[in-house]
Design a protein around this ligand. Sequence first.
Ligand SMILES: [Zn+2]
Length: 412
Amino acid sequence: MARRGNAMSRLSRNHQLLCDLLSLPTAPFAESAVVAYVRAFCEARGLEATPDAAGNLLVHLRQGRRRVARPVCITAHLDHPGFVASAMGRGGRLTAYWRGGVPPEYFVGRAVRFAVDGRWVRGRIRSIRTVIRNGQRRVDTALLLGVARPVPVGAVGMWDFGDPVIRGTRIYARACDDLAGAAAMLCCLDTLVTLEHPCEAYFLFTRAEEVGFIGAIAAARARTIPRRCVVVAMETSSERPHARMGDGPILRVGDRASAFTPAATAYCHRIARGLQRADRGFVFQRKLMDGGTCESSAYCTLGYEATGLCIALGNYHNVNARRRTLGPEYVDLRDFDNVVKWFVELARAPHPYTGRDEALEEQLAELERTYAALLAATSEVGRSGVAMTRGRRPTGRGSAAPSRSARRRAHA
Ligand SMILES: [Zn+2]
C-alpha cells in the first residue's frame, strides 16, 4: 500500500522496507497483517520466525562459526493504538473497540479507515463510550457512521491518514510507533543475511504493547527469549526537549517506571562508541526517556537483563498536542538508519555481553592505580605510617593503600 512515486523510486532498500511496514494496518491484539509480513520476509531469506503461545514471533539468527555465550535479543512491538471492528449495523453504522492511549477529546468527528480485504473502508466517529481504567478516563468503544461497505468483526481501524510520505529527512505515517522499530529489526536482519556477517542474535516481535506490553509479559513468562540473552527493546518515543529528532537514536538508561540493567545499557553504549570511532555519520544520544513506560521495564522486572533504544517520535500516538488535533506520526530517517547500524553491530557482537561493565571497571582500576600512592601519602593514616603494612587489616580508621583484594575486585 506504500505510495510509489518519483521520491519512492529513489528510496534505499531499507527505506523501502520501512515504507512497506508503515503502510500496514495494525492495532493491539490485531497485528496479523504485520505478522504475515514478518513471516514472509523471513521465509524469503531462509529464516525461521517461530511464534510462541502468545503469537509473538522469535527469529534466531546464527551465521558462520560464531558462538556467543550471551547474545543480544532485539525486540520491538507490532501494534499501534487503533480500532478493532466489533459489530456492523444497518445504514452504515459500525461499532469498534478502541485500544491504546489517546485522550477521549480527540475522537468525535474524526475519520477512521478500516482495512477490509486489502482496501480501506472509511467512516466517521459519531460518539464514544468511555470507561475509567487505572484512574483515567479512556475510550472503550466508538460508534462510526457513513461506513459504505460491510466491515467484518475483527477488522483493524486506523486514523484516516495517507500512506507514508517522505519530506526532507522525515517520514510521516499513520503509525511509526512501533512499526519503525520492527522495520529497523528487519533491515538489520536483511543486512546481516545479505553481507553474511558471522553473528548470533535473537529478534523478537511482540504483540499488544499499547495496552500494557501484554505480548512482552507473556514472552518473558514463557521464556520465549532464552535466559542467557541480553534484551534490547526498541521503541519510538515521544520527542523531548533534551532528546531531539535527528540528533541520533537514543540509548535509554530508563523510562518512567524504572532504570534498566546498568551493564546492558553500558554494553549498548560501548558498541555505539565503537561505531562512532569507525563511522563519522553515526551519532547517538544517551538519555533518561521518562515520558512513558516501555517493554524494557517489564523484561527487567521479570528476570531479564535488559535495556532500551529508541528514536524520537513526532505526534506521539498521532496526537499533535500543540494544535489540539490528530496527525500522522513522524520520525527522522537519519535516526532510523543509525539505529539499523547499531542493531547490526549489537548482533555481530565484536565484544560480546558479559553482564559487567568492563570499560568502567577498567577506568576505575586505572584511576586507583594512578592515585593510590598520592592518596596514601596524603592521608592522615598514611603520613603517620599506621596500617601501611601489606596484609594488615585496618583498625577502624580506614586503610591507606588499596588492599590487594580491592585491586583484584577492580580488575575482575
Ligand atoms: Zn510503542
